[in-house]
Design a protein around this ligand. Sequence first.
Ligand code: PMV
Length: 309
Amino acid sequence: MMSAPAKVILFGEHAVVYGQPAIAAPVSSLRARATFQASPAGSGLVLVTLGGDEDISRIPIDPMDVNSAFSTTVRLVLNYFQRPAPNGTIVIESEIPIASGLGSGAAVTTALARAVAEALEKTLPLEDLNALVFEVEKFYHGTPSGIDNTVIVYETPIYFIKNHVMDRLVIGAPFAILIADTGVAASTKTAVSDVRRFYTSRPDRVQPLLSSIGAITNRARQAIEDGDIASLGPLMMQNHAVLRTLGVSSPALENLVDTALKAGALGAKLSGGGRGGNMIALTTPELAESVERSLIEAGAVRVYKTTLG
Ligand code: PMV
């Protein structure tokens, strides 16, 4: 069985598409899994996806199909190793909600690519797996920055700048975040293209917003490395305010961010593409439970806890 984690973006989403830095971390307790079972020669390769609601789909994989992200993943792995498709079934199971900013697409692709490699009795080096998953991310996002595939493939907190070698982030002192799902599925592709339209029509207005997100992210990196958790909360709020001005928040996100702050969170912001999906809140261990309760009462459909560092 092969797997890959979910992820959260802590700082810098959207601005990262324009070359600004961003910070992301894996959520190792939430995973996508892919298991290969061999079958007799000539039976082909079949993909079985088990959805969260127990719905099952069986898709015969044609590695030449360029219109499917699954087939593209399989084809890229087969091409990489110069091997024909193995005969068997790959079962994909994911605990990661889709279209919610937790990187479900990149996690499923990563787990699937690892399972195909395993079926060939091979292992993909992380750097090459990362490049491969990035290719498939284009199916989901159009023009991805590459942050999702990088944090998920390497499964480590990262400081990321598009088209640069990523930096592993050193965490000076552990901190806990809550990840709360608005339950509103939102397309990252649409949010990214709306920001692009805003940028194209008003670069004079949008460029300073993107640069300010970059500056906030750099201050957050310093605070995380120094173990200065107290500074992180206000930085999250500043980052959220700029994202709101960029037009990627939503009433449901605003509601959960306000709720978390009123319940005593040190900071809160949307995470990922926005418009719905997830928000994150920084809490102390003492406050985590009551902030979580407040978020559920305010309408969050799920709350996950994760500790970084
Ligand atoms: O996949 P999501 O929804 O977590 O968001 C990706 C982050 C963006 O910065 C909005 C897009 C990108 O490609 O970096």
